[in-house]
Design a protein. Structure first.
Length: 76
């Protein structure tokens, strides 16, 4: 029998869910301090953040890294 569970903690999680979870946990102010990108600092919204992150690989990777580090706190 083959085990199909992915070892990737982001498997099956949308970028929108990642951003929404991080915003509800940290808020845009703290996210803007953790990741210095304009979409978190200047008139932030989930929609504008998603637009930017979908086009910008380095920023999306940083957001995903913070999400993975934050996951244990999110499940409490």
């Amino acid at each position: 029998m083959q085990n199909n569970t992915s070892k990737d903690p982001l498997h099956g999680i949308t970028l929108q869910k990642i951003v929404e979870d991080l915003v509800s946990f940290y808020g845009f102010d703290t996210l803007g301090e953790l990741i210095n990108i304009k979409c978190f600092k200047d008139n932030p919204s989930v929609k504008s953040s998603l637009t930017f992150l979908r086009k910008t690989d380095w920023a999306r990777k940083k957001v995903e890294e913070i999400y993975i580090r934050t996951l244990p706190k999110l499940s409490n």
